[in-house]
Design a binder for this molecule. Sequence first.
Ligand code: V3L
Length: 86
Amino acid sequence: FDEGYQWYYEGVNGWWQYDARTSLDLEAHHKKGDRSCELLIAGFVYVIDFENMVQFQQRDRSKKRRIKRDLINIPGKKGVAGLKIG
Ligand code: V3L
């Protein structure tokens, strides 16, 4: 992992950091140059689409969230995988 960078998915008025395990998987697929990958997150298979930088559930593609790779200390960070900061 490049120092100081993290993966995020979109929440209401801010960004959630992916959990540590998922972040490592994402980073590995991204580094390989994969255009997308499928990961099990909280019991659901999600497609991570690096070309469009979105994620969505494999069996319900209607709800798409933007994703980004950004610095670990971005403003507007809500927490990690649904666990709020502070
Ligand atoms: N990691 C963990 N949980 C996720 C992820 C992920 N990458 N993607 C979706 N979920 P959907 P606010 C989020 C959860 O997109 O207040 C946050 O983590 C998602 O959780 O339809 O709106 C918070 O826990 C949601 O509960 O597949 O910013 C919660 O939303 C559920 O999967 C509220 O955050 C369905 O999301």
